[in-house]
Structures are given as C-alpha cells and as structure tokens.
Design a protein around this ligand. Structure first.
Ligand code: NAD
Length: 437
C-alpha cells in the first residue's frame, strides 16, 4: 500500500516512519524548506528517541521519502494523512485550522484518483464534516472519503506509543475508509490492539476528551500539592494512595509547575471553545485552563520567595527548559514564564537543557546565558531551579552542587531530589507539595 503524509513534524514524521516500518510505502510532504532540506539529507530535524535509525532504515529500504511537492507525495496514495499543526488561534483559543484547510486545498487540487483523506492532526469536532463538504465541492469528479484518525503518541516515547498503542481510534463512515485504515493498522492485530471505529464527530471528540481528562488529572494533583504544603502532608503519598485505586490509576498524578507542551494547553483551550460554541460549556475544563495558567505564572514567585523576596542582581541557574524530558519541544513550556519573570525582575539567569537549547534561544528573553552543561549553569548561582526532570539532573552530586554554587537555595519544581539529602548537604530545599517545603 502507498500513503502520503502532509506535514513532517513530530506527528507526521513519527507516523510516516512507523507506517513505513509496517511495510507501507510512505511519502511525506513538507513545506518548510529548511526542514525538508534536512530530511532529504537524512537528518532528523526534531529530537525523538529512536527516530533516527527508524527513518534511516526505511529510507534505505525505499519505503520512506520526502518531498516539497504535494502532487509527488499523493501520487497513487490510497490514503492521504493531514498531520500539520493546529495551534491556538490568537485571541480566542479556538484551534487554528488554516494549515489543515490549506493542506486539504492543495491535496484536492492535485489529486487525480479516488482516495481517503484522513485527519491525523487534532481537529475540532465538525472538521471532518467540513472537509468532506470541501472535497465534494472541489472534486465532484472523484470519490474522496474523509476519515478521522487522531494520534495519541507522546513526545519522548512516540515510537513505542505509535507501535504499541493502547488503542487506535478511527472515525470513518464508509466501508472503503474503514477498510483502508484497518489494512494500515493490521500489524497491530498481532498485539491485539483494539481498533475503535466510530463516526467522525466521536473520533474527533475522543482526542480532545482524552487530553482534557489527563490535563485535569495533572491540575488536580497540583492543587492537592498546594493543599499538602498548607497542611503538612506529602503529595507523593497522596498520589500513591490514590493511584493504587484501579479506578483512578497512577499515571498523570505527578505534581509540578503546571502542564505545558504542544498539546494540553492548546487542546484544553480548544475544547473550551468547542463546548461553548456548541452551547454545552465545560466549566470543569474552563477551570483547569484558568488554574493551570495561574500556576505557571505563579511559579517564578516561588523562586523569588526562596531567594529572600528579590532576585535583582542575583544569579539563578535554571536546569531543564523543554516542557518535559526526552524532547526538544519548548512549546508552552512552564520554563518560559519562569525565566521571563526572573529576567524581568533583574536576575542573571543561566540555563541549560540537554536538547532544548536551540528552541529556547528563539523563545526566551534576551539576557539569558546559555550554558554548555548543568555544572556550567550552576557556577556562582545563588539558587538552582529544576524546571524539567531530565534524568541527568537527578544524578547531580550535592557536594558538587555545593562547590559550584554560591548560594544554597534549591527550588525543585519536579521533585527530583531527595529533600533530606539536600538539606543534610546544607541546602535550603523547596519542593512541590512535600513536608517542609
Ligand atoms: P509540528 O508543528 O511539529 O509539525 C507540523 C508540520 O507540518 C511542520 O513541519 C510544517 O512545516 C508542516 N506543514 C504545515 N503546512 C503544511 C502543508 N500545507 N504541506 C506540508 N507540510 C505542512 O506539529 P506536530 O506537533 O507534529 O502536531 C501536528 C498535529 O498533531 C497537531 O494537530 C497536534 O495537535 C497533533 N498531535 C501532536 C502530538 C505531539 O505530541 N506533538 C501528539 C498528538 C497529536
């Protein structure tokens, strides 16, 4: 089978490489000339563990190719996946569908055979129906079926998530669309992955509902962490006690500085707008969005308090900038408002992230010092802020920290350190939702 994927970003590239690994012939269309150039040279423009060898192997086998020309990508394709970005629209939080519809227009203009047009991008409820109307209007001469196949992969473990998903969701209302998608995912039959076939609207909503639920879980445990601090309880004990209840589950109960990333912030906001527009507002998710925004904005306040009420003229080391470990993605990372506020308040901020430095340079304010490693960032720092829980930070030796830093404040927004060990080494340790701060 031959398919096309429009968009060579985190989702497009991973999906393309994994489908190719399943034995499918995949062409990726990418409009960003710099990204396309790198892909064609065999370079991977994003950091995703395991992706380089997978792309290389399938390119070498002739099953995976990259092009800037839509007509080349879709030639002979039985399915065309749209995997372009759907960021928040400026102002309101609605999903910006301009990339999706621009891609669809290009595909429809270039098609010369019937196909299944599949949205892999996260798109608001009703988008599939609009795309079907567009296809019928633009190409009455061709049978074009529209399907929804939302993607649930997580950056950092994207290949495992794609190859061994908990489920595959397919919104398809014609036998041909169901057949093509079933055939594409057939290798997953071996591991008995449930393939849930629904209507278009249901598939589109499953994606938003799942992300909003997880974002709500994170926000819930963050609020519990604040309560733990106020009453002297330990949030990790609370999370464990809750998570052992199989009705609740242990995942997404880790407290931190508020959720960020390329999906939760924009998808919760988009769901709020979808629900409002449909006349069935979601007060719960509206609150999750507001609580999370306030939390992210308030995190710098914790650093300032730990530094005695002001950071003016002080050197602060921030370790970890990406929204989570094992990715280079900085979109909506909690580190952005933290670093911005500290710089705005007159601190000298020294930062290090194992993979996110290039993106950070485009997103953080001027005046930040970018350091080649964690110890370099810590030089003469009054305070250390852990903003992302990369494994390499867990291994930092308290004695080396003490030698390298000038001050003794540690603001561990991911609870990666053992409070007792750091306190014994003379540090003023501030975690999230743990007894004693
Ligand atoms: P991304 O920004 O990394 O990638 C999108 C790519 O599409 C870019 O490289 C862009 O240049 C390209 N593009 C845009 N218009 C194009 C066109 N007309 N033709 C060809 N290429 C075009 O985005 P992403 O993180 O991969 O997300 C894509 C979609 O998948 C979004 O809707 C997102 O919500 C959803 N999603 C993302 C994740 C994730 O973890 N990143 C997980 C699940 C779902």
């Amino acid at each position: 089978m031959k398919i096309a994927i429009i968009g060579g970003g985190y989702v497009g590239l991973v999906s393309a490489a994994c489908f190719a690994e399943f034995g499918v012939s995949v062409m990726v269309a990418e409009t960003d000339p710099a990204r396309l150039d790198r892909l064609r040279r065999g370079e991977i423009p994003i950091y995703e563990p395991g992706l380089d060898p997978l792309v290389e192997r399938n390119r070498a086998a002739g099953r995976l190719g990259f092009t800037g020309r839509i007509e080349e990508a879709i030639a002979g394709a039985e399915a065309v996946f749209i995997a372009v970005g759907t960021p928040s629209r400026r102002g309101g939080g609605h999903a910006d569908l301009s990339y999706v519809f621009a891609a669809a227009e290009q595909v429809l203009a270039a098609l010369d055979h019937p196909t299944v047009l599949v949205t892999k991008s996260t798109v608001p409820v009703g988008t599939g129906r609009r795309l079907a109307a567009l296809a019928a209007a633009r190409r009455p001469d061709l049978a074009i079926d529209v399907a929804s196949n939302p993607e649930f992969l997580r950056e950092g473990s994207a290949i495992g998530d794609f190859m061994r998903p908990d489920r595959v969701v397919v919104g398809a209302e014609t036998e041909r669309a169901r057949e093509v998608l079933r055939a594409l995912y057939r290798p997953l039959n071996l591991i008995e992955t449930p393939i849930l076939i629904t209507g278009l609207e249901t598939a589109e909503l499953i994606k938003y509902a799942a992300n909003a639920f997880l974002a709500m879980k994170v926000t819930f445990i963050n609020e519990m962490a604040d309560l733990c601090e106020a009453v002297g309880a330990d949030v990790h004990g609370v999370a464990r006690g809750m998570g052992l209840d199989r009705r609740i589950g242990a995942k997404f109960l880790h407290p931190g500085p508020g959720f960020g990333g390329s999906c939760f912030p924009k998808d919760t906001l988009a769901l709020v707008r979808i629900a409002q527009d449909a006349g069935a507002p979601s007060r719960l998710i509206e609150t999750v969005v507001a609580v999370n925004e306030a939390r992210k904005a308030g995190m710098a306040g914790r650093v300032i308090a730990a530094c005695g009420g002001t950071v003016r003229g002080k050197t602060i080391a921030v370790l970890g900038l990406t929204f989570k470990p094992e990715t280079d993605d900085m979109r909506d990372s909690p580190a952005i408002p933290i670093v911005s506020r500290l710089v705005g308040d007159g601190a000298h901020v020294r930062v290090y992230d194992p993979q996110g430095m290039a993106q950070a340079r485009m997103m953080l304010p001027d005046g930040v010092t970018y350091c080649p490693n964690a110890l370099a960032a810590l030089e003469a720092a009054e305070a250390l802020v852990v903003a992302t829980e990369w494994n390499e930070f867990r291994a930092l030796d308290p004695a080396r920290l003490a030698e390298t830093m000038r001050g003794r404040a540690v603001i561990d927004l991911r609870n990666i350190f053992d409070p007792a060990t750091l306190r014994a080494a003379g540090f003023a340790y501030h975690g999230i939702g743990r007894p004693g701060g």
